[in-house]
Design a protein around this ligand. Structure first.
Ligand SMILES: [Zn+2]
Length: 184
């Protein structure tokens, strides 16, 4: 669904509210702030990539659980609403594709990443986004998965590419990236 269409629908149903200093989307509190906060943070402390990833993974899982509990959504409906909200929230234009509910894997494409668009880097930098994807997908797949970014707009590519899968699979098939991005 087009972002504006979804936004109008949610506003009409009062599933997005702005009142008394709070923003709520589908019952979950959101915070609006200049996106530079995130790119400046990564510039200042690139060594925090795993910390940010795991914070965002926890937050994405909480958000997915809350949506599932409130709306009793089936796997793919939950995945779709998560994707739509990410797009509304201004992170870029997101698409989960090659979704496989048997192997709990997915490829994810992010166009015009707002964070990646703000600086150049030799390595992928969308650690917040991949954390949200991992956490949310953990609820969608109902099993623990992680997410690595294999290609990023910040490195000069056309868009960002991610792989969501159980950590064993990522460690085995993407050893080098997994070591840098997810290995604890
Ligand atoms: Zn990226």
């Amino acid at each position: 669904m087009a972002v504006l269409g979804l936004l109008s629908k949610l506003l009409l149903r009062k599933q997005i509210t702005f009142e008394n200093g709070s923003i709520n989307i589908l019952g979950q509190p959101f915070l609006m702030m200049p996106s530079r906060v995130i790119s400046l943070l990564f510039k200042a402390t690139p060594e925090n990539r795993k910390t940010m990833y795991y914070f965002c993974k926890a937050s994405g899982a909480e958000f997915g659980t809350a949506l599932q509990n409130n709306f009793n959504l089936k796997k793919d409906s939950l995945r779709k609403i998560g994707q739509d909200i990410f797009n509304i929230a201004g992170w870029g234009s997101l698409n989960f594709y090659k979704l496989d509910y048997e192997t709990n894997t997915a490829n994810v494409r992010l166009f015009k990443s707002t964070v990646a668009n703000q600086f150049q880097s030799k390595d992928p930098i969308d650690h917040t986004a991949r954390g949200f994807f991992a956490g949310f997908a953990t609820i969608v797949f109902d099993t623990d998965v992680d997410c690595i970014e294999t290609s990023c707009l910040a490195t000069g590519k056309d868009h960002c590419e991610f792989i969501v899968a159980p950590s064993d699979y990522l460690n085995k098939n993407y050893k080098k990236i997994s070591k840098v991005q997810i290995e604890r």
